[in-house]
Structure formats: C-alpha cells, structure tokens
Design a protein around this ligand. Structure first.
Ligand SMILES: [Zn+2]
Length: 163
C-alpha cells in the first residue's frame, strides 16, 4: 500500500488549480461540525463550494475540545457566523456503545481497545443537544454566532433542523 495513486491524482488536480491566492475565511460564514462518514459531502449537501465554509469532522460528529477551539477560531478570525452540528442516520457511533465497538475490534484484530474512549452512544439526539449546548453556552461563542442542531439522512440526502 502506498500513496502513489493519490499523488498522481493530485498532479492532475494541481494542473488546473483555480483557487491560488484565496484567503482562508469562510466566505459564506458557515462552519459545519459533522461525522467522518464517507457518505457525507458537507459542502454539497448545503449547496456550498470551495472556500465557503469551515468543516470540522470527527467520529459521530461529536463536539470535542479541539472542535470547540475550531469554532472559536472560526468565529473570531475566519468569518464564521453560523455553526451547524450535523450527525447523521445509520452512524456507527450511534449504533451502540463503546463496549460494542471494542468488542467488534477485538473480534477482528484481537486488539484490546479498552484504553480508548470512542464516545459512541445510541442516544444520538441527546448527544446532539449536549453538543449544541456546549457551543451555545461557551463563554467565547455565546451570542457571537447562531448555532443549529440538525440530522442528515444518508439515504434521502435531506437535512432536518432539530434544534
Ligand atoms: Zn457517523
């Protein structure tokens, strides 16, 4: 396994690269926190393109300390005015608990992951509420931006606002 195919694709990409000299601001003032799931194309699903938004991704789209830092930087330095927290249907991080995930990894690899905290929870909507509250109540973000909690349906492509 190597990265040759990807580097080759990059050369083709760079040959007609139209975005040189572009600043790093979120042109449409949007920041999205979402899952690492490969079924999600964050910009496409809200009709945005290159340079329009900041995208922060994690397993399950859960809001970590590092993600909060990203929100602070986005709001205070990079033009972010609206923050969307977007978990999705059929998320592996919502299909069970950390114990379930650890068991699957152990069965597949024999490795012990009890020392890793994945943060999986079947109560996805409750998690979303906590994550939205973390951003809304943060002393450096409070009243500085709009925050919405959504659910993305990976089968229909529809995004629904829940909070
Ligand atoms: Zn997911």
């Amino acid at each position: 396994m190597s990265f040759d195919d990807l580097l080759q694709a990059n050369r083709a990409y760079a040959e007609h690269f139209p975005h040189g000299g572009f600043d790093g601001k979120a042109r449409r003032g949007v920041l999205m926190v979402t899952c690492m799931d490969s079924r999600i194309d964050p910009l496409d699903l809200i009709g945005l393109g290159h340079g329009d938004a900041k995208i922060l991704r994690s397993p399950g789209g859960q809001v970590s300390e590092s993600m909060l830092n990203g929100c602070i930087l986005g709001v205070h330095l990079l033009g972010v005015e609206r923050i969307m927290v977007v978990p999705h249907t059929k998320c592996a991080m919502a299909s069970g608990t950390d114990a379930n995930i650890r068991q699957v990894i152990a069965e597949r690899s024999g490795l012990d992951t009890t020392w890793v905290s994945f943060g999986a929870t079947p109560d996805q909507v409750n998690r979303l509420g906590e994550d939205v509250a973390k951003i809304r109540n943060h002393p450096l973000l409070k009243d500085r931006c709009e925050v919405g909690g959504f659910m993305y349906d990976v089968d229909s492509g529809l995004l629904e606002q829940l909070l």
